[in-house]
Design a protein around this ligand. Structure first.
Ligand code: DMJ
Length: 552
């Protein structure tokens, strides 16, 4: 009995009558119910909030991983990042570009093009200098120095193609051998191989690239051992023996340029390394064989961080720019500005596509002038890049020929009509876009990229065109297509902080090299310590602040 009554008293709490008969108990039950409901509801919303937070973090993580994969800033990939403050220099632009889906898509397309070019090289020409895509074989046009591989290292790195970069790095470490009984071009080997290796070192910090760069540079150095210091243009990599082509030795020269820089700053393309003199009839051009000299006057000044020790480079460059101004003419009827060539005393109305690096150079150098001159130089830069873009637009394939002639009343016509995947115009577009923020330049670059895709892409790589009028293809994927053309296109759709002009200067083969830190002690010619000049950082114009009126 007792057991039965205790059990029934236990279950009485579940009977409604237990509460309904006593209001206090009912109120207590109600309060317990409300508190429990709140507790459950609150917990659920907390879970929901946390889920939302986690989703947001995941999204951010994906975005950062994407950024890392797609290039990001060079320093994001570099473990040894010592300049962390630089990462935020152009932060606004980074985020602006990140949320610009058009730029992102275009950048991906360019990266995909690089992968296509690279994978074709890996498949058919691994370790050789260049790929012949039509016949699917490699050729050693530079003596077997792996020119395409070395030229591509920094592009792979900047695009965040880590596996490809690593594989290339292993080849450099284990198979790159410079002890070749081969008479190499001093210029080409310097810009592609020394430049490519130094840039890979500057970006990755991996010492193997520096060691290899030193090895090849030491083999090239005897070429500078001439009475004037002006180098021979060819040298045997295994044995030294610097020499010039027979035909350059035949130059009759009258001035010793080493000591007397011409008053118009325009140097003929052939100079005798023994006397330092140039032939009076030798061509003056901002195109083939003359281009990089002017580019390097400016860039040596920038790479030396514009200190007193490198001031003379800037001065010579400014002198040469006055000479350049004297070569500028305008076409009729459309008023295209172009750069003439000079043969002896007469000007020829011919301009190489190669000279289309000039607009970029002018834009880069303009900020070192006072405001008025800077305006003049910058404005010329914009006029010239418009002309260069029209080199592309004026042909049926929308790819530029090798050079153009200008005729009264007829504007321009293609001279030599091949296109070998050259980079100069897209190079200049990167500078113009970065300095003006005007997206028109990106559109032009995109049009050029599409023309390459349409005309030059085949299953086994990219080829040049024998004729931009007919679209007939050649059989060569030039190493500078991967080193320069695709790199500049990638940068055109990337935030300006990716290889910022404040920290990097591009060699003439588009290999970015670190600007010498400003606080470094620089020694001038006499061995005296040079004082850094007052801060003269290159200042890109505000993105919304496009200068004067841009074409289109
Ligand atoms: C490259 O090797 C370099 O840009 C050089 O300065 C000029 N020629 C090619 C690209 O056109």
């Amino acid at each position: 009995m007792a057991r039965r009554s205790s059990s029934s008293s236990r279950w009485r709490y579940l009977h409604p009558a237990y509460y309904l008969k006593r209001p206090k108990r009912l109120a207590f039950l109600f309060i317990v119910f409300v508190v429990a409901t709140f507790a459950v509801w609150d917990r659920q919303s907390l879970v929901r909030e946390h889920e939302a937070e986690i989703a947001k973090l995941e999204e951010q993580l994906n975005r950062l991983q994407d950024q890392l994969r797609n290039g990001g800033t060079s320093k994001q990939l570099r473990e040894d990042s010592t300049h962390t403050t630089d990462k935020v220099t152009h932060n606004d632009n980074v985020w602006e570009s990140e949320i610009d889906p058009v730029n992102n898509q275009r950048r991906e397309k360019v990266k995909e093009a690089m992968l296509h070019a690279w994978n074709s090289y890996v498949k058919y020409a691994w370790g050789q200098d260049e790929l012949q895509p039509q016949t699917k074989n490699g050729v050693n046009s530079f003596g077997g120095l792996g020119a395409t591989l070395v030229d591509s290292l920094d592009t792979l790195y900047i695009m965040g193609l880590k596996d490809e970069f690593q594989k290339a790095r292993e080849w450099v470490a284990t198979s790159l051998d410079f002890n070749k009984d081969y008479v190499a071009s001093v210029f080409e080997t310097t810009i592609r191989v020394v430049g490519g290796l130094l840039s890979a070192y500057d970006l990755s910090g991996d010492k193997i690239f520096l060691e290899k760069a030193k090895d090849i540079a030491d083999r090239l150095l005897p070429a500078w051992d001439t009475p004037t210091g002006i180098p021979y243009n060819r040298i045997n990599l295994a044995h030294g023996n610097p020499h010039n082509h027979g035909w350059t030795g035949a130059e009759n020269v009258i001035r010793q340029l080493q000591k007397t820089y011409p008053s118009d700053g325009l140097l003929p393309i052939y100079i005798n390394p023994h006397s330092g003199a140039a032939a009076s009839y030798s061509t003056v051009t901002f195109g083939a064989m003359g281009d990089s000299f002017y580019e390097y006057l400016l860039k040596a000044w920038i790479q030396g961080n514009k200190t007193e020790a490198v001031k003379h480079y800037r001065e010579m460059w400014e002198t040469s720019m006055e000479g350049l101004l004297s070569l500028i003419r305008k076409s009729t009827p459309s008023s295209f500005s172009y750069i003439c060539e000079k043969n002896g005393g007469s000007l020829s109305n011919k301009m190489d596509e190669l000279a289309c690096f000039v607009p970029g150079m002018l834009a880069l150098g303009s900020s070192g002038y006072g405001p008025e001159k800077a305006e003049e130089i910058f404005s010329l830069s914009k006029e010239l890049v418009w002309t260069c873009y029209n080199f592309y637009q004026s042909t049926p394939t929308k790819l530029a020929g090798e050079n153009y002639y200008f005729h009264d009343g007829q504007d321009m016509s293609v001279g030599t009509s091949w296109n070998i995947l050259r980079p100069e115009t897209v190079e200049s577009l990167v500078y113009l876009w970065r300095f003006t923020g005007n997206k028109t330049y990106q559109e032009w670059g995109w049009n050029i990229f599409q023309a390459f895709e349409k005309n030059s892409r085949i299953d086994s790589g990219y080829v040049g065109l024998k004729d931009v009028n007919t679209g007939v293809k050649d059989n060569m994927m030039q190493s500078f297509f991967l080193a320069e053309t695709l790199k500049y296109l990638y940068l055109l759709f990337s935030p300006p902080s990716v290889i910022s002009f404040d920290e990097w200067v591009f060699n003439t083969e588009a290999h970015p090299l670190k600007i010498t830190p400003r606080n470094d002690k620089v020694e001038n010619k006499e061995g005296a310590e040079a004082k850094p000049q007052s801060k003269a950082v290159i200042r890109p114009f505000g993105r919304k602040q496009g200068r004067i009126s841009d074409h289109n």
